[in-house]
Each structure stands twice: as structure tokens, then as C-alpha cells.
Design a protein around this ligand. Structure first.
Ligand SMILES: [Zn+2]
Length: 368
């Protein structure tokens, strides 16, 4: 509890992780880890390493992100009735400081009780909330672990994310022709009208079981007396199915190009991959191990397919089998965010159970 409360007192919105990184570096060194600060142009990631005491046990990566969304100014955590929350004027930052606290406490118990374990790599990333930027800047050659638990899911302890979608963002720049709207509107071609037709025509919302699409931003026009020359539309597509993603994208872009031509405007489309999706089978051995750990603690595991991304998307795309597990955070990204004290400790038991199972060799996981 003290660790968690200490962490939420350190203000760390995305790209401002320096202070918390210094604090965590000291803590990790105290806990017997060697720490590498991986700086990149926008912020810093931390990697802590603890050599295994059991030969042949696989190295595991335990990860959380250091940054939080806002508002955080003047954050005061309150403990009441077994729950930690704020006064409602700020978020709590349990996303993702609960995960960090749970990892630190796990390391503390390992040291205190001198428990046997395999190699441990702690990865604390930055700017996760701004599109997995810190994880994207990690030096993956410096990591040995081939399995990872990312503590960055909300809800009850025992929730495990087995799949997350691929996420693409696109921008359409539509250019018409400006004219005075009162004097010679005939000379103009309205980019807003063309954009409206495009937006109305492209598929959006839930496209199929695996795929969603959304246009979230529209910008354009300058004055009521000018036929608008330029509009920019920004949207996204997510899918658990690579084929469906490409097909949806093609339909959206083809429709937009066809309607642009018909409405005599120019269109430029730019697309950007945010991250690749992943899908881990429920029959996977690592998943099986987590399931056993949950059941030993009388926790019912809940395997879910998730619609959002996390650092695990980046880890998985680098060949590290990564599961996202709940840290017990509730209602993240809102000022009603809270966490149960009990969940903080149960998550620690889950991490300890995982390390114990890996050390005991109850698995033949081929990750050395
Ligand atoms: Zn998070």
C-alpha cells in the first residue's frame, strides 16, 4: 500500500516520466536489480534485471507503464473501506501504477523470503498512453525474456487478455476550390460537402465480429462567406483479422476516392499503422500456466479478446509471448478511478505464483 500511495504521489503524465524513473531506479537497485535507463528522444524506459537462482528456469519479463493520463495536478489518494480513490478532481493513476507497485512488492517478497526464481526482467515503459511510444523505442536486443506479463488491464484479478487488434489510423485531405460564397459561389467546390458525402458513405462502427472503424476528427472551413477549400478527416480501423482489416480499409479508401472524383475535389490519403495485433491460443502452455496459478489461488481466470492496444502488442510483435493481466485497476481514464487494496495484494500473489511455477519447472516452456 505504501509503495502504491508513494507512486501515485509522483506526478507522471506521458513524456514527464523523469522523476518517477529516478525513484524507480533507486527502488530497483535496493531490491537487488541492475538497472538500465534507456533514453530516447521523447522520454525514458527502465529495464531492471535480476539473474535467476534456478538453473534452466525461463526468464520472464514483468512490465507496466510509468505514465498516466491527466488530470493529475494536486492528486490526493484517499483510503477508505479497503478502497483507494481520489477526491474526484483527478484520476488516481492506478493505470498503471498499480502494476508497478505489484511488481515492486513481488520483488520485495522474493528478496525478503529468499525465494528461488528464474531470471526476471522488469520493463517500465513511458508514453504508453500516447500510442505505445516508449515500448516502440525499447531496445529489444537487450531483452532475454521470451515470455511477458504486462500488468495493464482493468477489472478483476484473473482477467487475461489473449488477443488484441491491429490498429491503423488514416487521414484524408480533401481539397476543393474556394470562392466568395455570396458573390460567386458557382466558382467554388465545397470540400465540406464532399467530405460529408464521403463520411456518410463509408462503413463505420462495428464492421464485423473482429473489425471496427470510426471517423473521429473532422477539421475544415474558415468562414461562412467562403466556399470551403480544405477538409481533413481522421479515422481509424481496428481488426483481429488481417484480411478483414485490409478489406475494410480498401472499401473506405475506394469509396472516398470515387466520391471525390464525382464531387470534383482532390483527395490525398495517408495511413499509419499504430501497432500489430496478437492472438494467443487458450491452449498455449504459458496461458495454461497462468490458469493453474489462478486456480491455485482460487481465482477464476477470465480470458478475453480486447479491442484496445497495450505495450503487449509491441512485445508480441518482437517475438515475446506477452499476456496482459489485470492489475485490479477500475474505471481507468476517469476521475472515478479506484482500486481495491485486496486486489493489489492478490495480484502480487499471482506474480509470485507465476515465478514459483516457472522455477519449479512445472512447465516445459521452451524459453530459456
Ligand atoms: Zn494502462
Amino acid at each position: 500500500m505504501d509503495t502504491f500511495i508513494g507512486l501515485v504521489h509522483i506526478n507522471s503524465p506521458s513524456f514527464f516520466e523523469q522523476e518517477i524513473a529516478v525513484w524507480l531506479t533507486e527502488r530497483l537497485i535496493d531490491l537487488g536489480l541492475s538497472v538500465e535507463n534507456q533514453k530516447y528522444d521523447k522520454s525514458i524506459n527502465l529495464i531492471g534485471r535480476k539473474a535467476g537462482t534456478v538453473r534452466g528456469a525461463p526468464t520472464i519479463i514483468l512490465s507496466s507503464h510509468m505514465d498516466t493520463v491527466e488530470p493529475t495536478r494536486g492528486l490526493i489518494p484517499m483510503r477508505e473501506g479497503g478502497i483507494i480513490r481520489t477526491d474526484g478532481s483527478t484520476i488516481l493513476g492506478a493505470d498503471d501504477k498499480s502494476g508497478i507497485a505489484e511488481i515492486l512488492e513481488t520483488l520485495h517478497v522474493l528478496k525478503e523470503q529468499d525465494l528461488p526464481h528464474g531470471g526476471i526482467e522488469v520493463v517500465f515503459t513511458s508514453a504508453e498512453e500516447r500510442g505505445l511510444i516508449g515500448a516502440g523505442a525499447l531496445d529489444f536486443d537487450s531483452l532475454q525474456g521470451r515470455i511477458a506479463l504486462v500488468l495493464d488491464c482493468s477489472g478483476s484479478i484473473g482477467r487475461v487478455v489473449l488477443a488484441a487488434p491491429t490498429h491503423d489510423i488514416y487521414t484524408m485531405r480533401i481539397t476543393g476550390r474556394a470562392a466568395h460564397a455570396g458573390i460567386e459561389p458557382e466558382r467554388g467546390t465545397s470540400a465540406i460537402k464532399a467530405a460529408a458525402k464521403i463520411i456518410a458513405a463509408v462503413p463505420d462502427g462495428r464492421i464485423d465480429q473482429n473489425t471496427t472503424a470510426n471517423i473521429g476528427i473532422i477539421q475544415g472551413g474558415t468562414a461562412t462567406n467562403i466556399v470551403p477549400k480544405e477538409v481533413t478527416i481522421t479515422g481509424e480501423i481496428r481488426s483481429h483479422d488481417a484480411g478483414a482489416l485490409e478489406k475494410t480499409k480498401k472499401t473506405i479508401f475506394d469509396t472516398a476516392r470515387r466520391l471525390s472524383k464525382k464531387n470534383q475535389v482532390k483527395i490525398e490519403i495517408e495511413e499509419n499503422r499504430q501497432y500489430n495485433g496478437f492472438h494467443i491460443s487458450e491452449s498455449d502452455e504459458f496461458v495454461g500456466l497462468i490458469k493453474t496459478v489462478c486456480e491455485d489461488l482460487s481465482i477464476t481466470p477470465e480470458f478475453i479478446v480486447y479491442g484496445g492496444g497495450s505495450d503487449a502488442n509491441i512485445f508480441n510483435s518482437h517475438g515475446i509471448k506477452s499476456l496482459v493481466i489485470s492489475s485490479g485497476m477500475q474505471m481507468p481514464h476517469t476521475t472515478e478511478e479506484y482500486i481495491k487494496e485486496e486486489d493489489l495484494s492478490t495480484a502480487v500473489l499471482m506474480l509470485l505464483g507465476t515465478l514459483k511455477a516457472l522455477a519449479a519447472g512445472v512447465t516445459s516452456l521452451p524459453f530459456a
